[in-house]
Design a protein around this ligand. Structure first.
Ligand SMILES: Cc1ncc(CO)c(N)n1
Length: 228
């Protein structure tokens, strides 16, 4: 199937680590969401950790407003922070509330090491580098879930209990934000590295950040499965 377009910089980074990208987006956890075979306990373990993930992920996106060099960059980062806090996290709150887990309990959840490692790596990469270092390390999370959501929406069995999750990421709200992030990322990289960005001395570092974040996404799914 064709891959949705989130811009040419993302496509170049993704194509620079095909094995890791495959391990992330075709992980057993993901396949279990689509065919409904994922154990409920694994899903809940993942979702509660993901709530905490999103708290720190939102903090990292907020750093984008600080590192931005144009109002457009600021605008896309601010809109993403809004989407994460006010929309995506609503899925987690709603799903957990249905099982009697209230938001105070979610916020107080103890982070698993794989979760902690991922978000603090993102935060540190963003603090150390400039705006495009930050977006490169945020990109696998954003676009990976966008790709996974769209693919699962096409192949998931009708009665998967995880339809709400799939729709959250396949839906227009998430996809529209991702399209604007992809456009902004292209413009941000062209602005700093020029159209021949792949030959820039900085490219390998951006690729390294992206690849490591992708590996940490694999670790996050593994953590979810371990919760069985
Ligand atoms: C671990 C992880 N990666 C990406 C996303 C998408 O925002 C998420 N919710 N959780």
């Amino acid at each position: 199937m064709s891959t949705p377009g989130y811009g040419q910089v993302f496509a170049a980074l993704r194509d620079g680590c095909p094995e890791q990208w495959q391990a992330y987006t075709r992980h057993a956890f993901v396949e279990g969401l689509g065919d409904g075979s994922l154990p409920r306990a694994s899903f809940m373990h993942y979702l509660i950790q993901d709530y905490v993930f999103l708290v720190h992920f939102s903090r990292a996106w907020s750093l984008g407003v600080i590192k931005a060099e144009t109002r457009e960059e600021m605008q896309v980062c601010a809109a993403t922070v809004n989407a994460l806090i006010n929309h995506e996290m609503a899925l987690h709150v709603r799903t957990c509330a249905g099982l009697g887990i209230d938001e105070a309990a979610l916020f107080a959840t103890k982070e698993e090491v794989a979760n902690l490692a991922y978000t603090r790596y993102v935060m540190d990469a963003g603090l150390q580098g400039d705006f495009i270092d930050l977006i490169a390390v945020l990109a696998p999370c954003c676009f990976g879930y966008g790709e996974i959501g769209l693919r699962l929406a096409g192949v998931a069995v009708a009665d998967t209990p995880y339809a709400d999750w799939i729709v959250t990421y396949a839906g227009d709200e998430y996809q529209d934000v991702m399209a604007s992030v992809g456009e902004m990322f292209d413009a941000a990289v062209f602005r700093r590295l020029g159209p021949e960005f792949r030959t820039s001395p900085r490219w390998q570092r951006l690729q390294g950040r992206f690849t490591t974040a992708t590996e940490l996404e694999v670790g996050f799914w593994d953590m979810g499965l371990d919760g069985r």
